[in-house]
Design a protein around this ligand. Structure first.
Ligand code: PNS
Length: 163
């Protein structure tokens, strides 16, 4: 079975992420969306539980997708699977340097781990979780940015004004 791991912070999951997940699910037998809980990312607006719940809700109708979470190195997490491929989306050249570095570091730690990149759909090249949080914090419209299933959650959490 060909397995893809799609890692990220998903704080929160966006329509751009969902587009990559759908396309990856057409290429691989199974896609594991892995929410990486990074110590350094205490700036997350959504708790790990909230991020997992939202990602599960928006992918529940895609049969070969599952959502997991992990606190640690992606290269270590990937050892749970038989020859998985890490899939990342590239929105623009500005993403490339960071993604290229991460792919090389992951390969140093786990030499069997390959990374593949999908080009973001041009519809979503502008979109990031950070932008979503900024718009949400200010009570702006989110319909074009995040899946409809999580609109209320994102509005409610962002609306608490803690951020
Ligand atoms: O959605 P993001 O923030 O671009 O995702 C980045 C992420 C979570 C995929 C990356 O930071 C990651 O893999 N973190 C886990 C820790 C790790 O493996 N670090 C080594 C690669 S630099």
């Amino acid at each position: 079975m060909n397995i893809a791991i799609y890692p990220g912070s998903f704080d929160p999951i966006t329509l751009g992420h969902l587009n990559i997940i759908r396309r990856t699910a057409q290429i691989f037998d199974k896609v594991v969306v892995c929410i990486m809980i990074n110590g350094e990312k205490d700036t997350a607006m959504f708790s790990p539980e909230q991020r997992v719940r939202m990602a599960r809700r928006v992918t529940e109708r895609i049969p070969n997708v599952e959502v997991d979470y992990f606190n640690g190195l992606l290269a270590e997490y990937s050892k749970r699977y038989d020859k998985p491929v890490v899939v990342k989306g590239l929105r623009a050249v500005t993403d490339f340097e960071n993604e290229f570095t991460m792919a090389l570091i992951n390969k140093k730690i786990n030499p069997e781990l390959e990374t593949m990149f999908l080009t973001a759909s041009e519809k979503y090249t502008f979109l990031s979780s950070s932008a979503v949080k900024d718009v949400a914090r200010h009570g702006g419209p989110l319909e074009e940015f995040i899946p409809i299933e999580i609109l209320d959650d994102v509005r409610a959490i962002a609306g608490k004004g803690k951020y």
